[in-house]
Design a protein around this ligand. Structure first.
Ligand code: 3PG
Length: 400
């Protein structure tokens, strides 16, 4: 983007592909981190006199307009953060979008409606995606890719559109890639990785890759129960991906052969039912040993002994990557495990990267100072796929 700004962008219509996919409670944004992350790029373009058209997806609507997934709240928040009027087009490539883009004065900003209200955005068929990209291209003269959270998606606005316009990487994408490079090239050791979240299947690729790179892998969250089961323990009614057990057993074996330390919970908080996240009514969990989960109980957070163990494994690390909460942190009775990992990252002198929408939201909603971490990535799937060494369509398209 520096090159674009240096060449002069005044009067040009610039399409900024952002990732404004923020968590919403109705129309209230519960974590605006992704909107704040794109402000430097939008501001730099607007200050330079560009006519800025911002586009993003939000959620997973089914290729047609759905008010529950409108970008209107995100557009309003962007306006507050910029301290400037942000116009909003009620469609993505229709009359409203075309008129809004055409009516922008130099330095003005508009947001168009959710890209995924159009089936062409996510279509598998190249021609269908291409046709939608053609329509998007009519809105602008230049493309700036800055939606790091979506660069792993081969979608029209991420992959096909940059091929149709002069294209540049925005500040956010440059920063994110710069940080993730430090986790793949010349990593400072010991390199510890904390993985949590619900599903093992989402993390298979990254675990495979990290077995070659990391010194320690700490497992928490819902995925921990598949690991415990793979070690022969009963996990009651905890989240379990039976079909992943052979893969997990293979990883545990390879880790042992390679001298990579796999650390699993030694105790967990359990309850007979999932907590009510809306009322946050007391859940009264009990702590049990990880190899003694009662048959009618569900594991919902790591226990106090595990919290200490994980903190000790992170204390002397030089590099830490953390993706995925340790428990159902949205309920106060199950937030301590996630808080303990966040605190351990802050207490260590390591270079710390928090990746992923959920862990980033957890850090902020649990009251931690986000600036105290080395880097909080706006990309969940994107940062994992980057670490897996995959070619990311949105980055490849910008490099072309
Ligand atoms: C994310 O939340 O990880 C990105 O915004 C991508 O969203 P998606 O998983 O729905 O493609």
């Amino acid at each position: 983007i520096d090159e674009l700004l240096a060449d002069g962008v005044a009067g040009k219509r610039v399409f900024v592909r952002a990732d404004l996919n923020v968590p919403l409670d109705g129309t209230t944004i519960t974590d605006d981190g992704r909107i704040r992350a794109v402000v430097p790029t939008v501001e730099a373009l607007a200050d330079a006199g560009a006519r800025v058209v911002v586009a993003s997806h939000l959620g997973r609507p089914k290729g047609a307009p759905d008010p529950a997934f409108s970008l209107a709240p995100a557009a309003a928040r962007l306006g507050e953060l910029l301290g400037a009027e942000v116009r909003f087009a009620t469609d993505t490539v229709g009359d409203s979008a075309r008129a809004t883009a055409a009516g922008l004065a130099d330095g003005q900003v508009a947001v168009v409606e959710n890209l995924r209200f159009n089936a062409g955005e996510t279509a598998k068929d190249d021609a269908e995606r291409g046709a939608f990209a053609d329509q998007l291209a009519e809105l602008a003269d230049v493309y700036v890719g800055d939606g790091f959270g979506a660069v792993h998606r081969k979608h029209a606005s991420v992959f096909d559109l940059p091929a149709r316009l002069p294209h540049y990487a925005g500040h956010l994408i440059s920063t994110e890639v710069g940080v993730l490079k430090k986790l793949t090239e010349d990593v400072k050791r010991p390199y510890a990785v904390v993985l949590g979240g619900a599903k093992v299947s989402d993390k298979l690729g990254v675990i495979e890759h990290l077995l070659e790179k990391a010194d320690r892998i700490l497992i928490g969250g819902g995925m921990a129960y598949t690991f415990l089961k793979a070690q022969g323990h009963e996990v009651g009614i905890s989240l379990l991906q039976e079909d992943q057990i052979p893969a997990v057993q293979g990883y545990l074996k390879r880790a042992e052969e390679r001298g990579v330390e796999f650390v699993l919970p030694t105790d967990v908080l359990v309850a007979g039912e999932f907590p009510d996240l809306r009322t946050k009514a007391p859940a009264n969990p009990t702590t049990v040993a990880a190899d003694a989960i009662p048959a009618d109980q569900e594991g919902l957070d790591i226990g106090p002994e595990t919290r200490k163990l994980y903190a000790s494994k992170l204390a002397d690390a030089a590099t830490v990557f953390w993706n995925g909460p340790m428990g159902v942190f949205e309920h106060p009775d199950y937030a301590e495990g996630t808080k303990a990992v966040a605190q351990a990252l802050l207490d260590s002198s390591a270079f710390t990267v928090v990746g992923g929408g959920d862990s980033a939201a957890a850090v902020r909603t649990l009251g931690f100072d986000e600036n105290a971490f080395g880097h909080i990535s706006t990309g969940g799937g994107a940062s994992l796929e980057y670490l897996e060494g995959k070619t990311l369509p949105g980055l490849a398209a910008l490099e072309n």
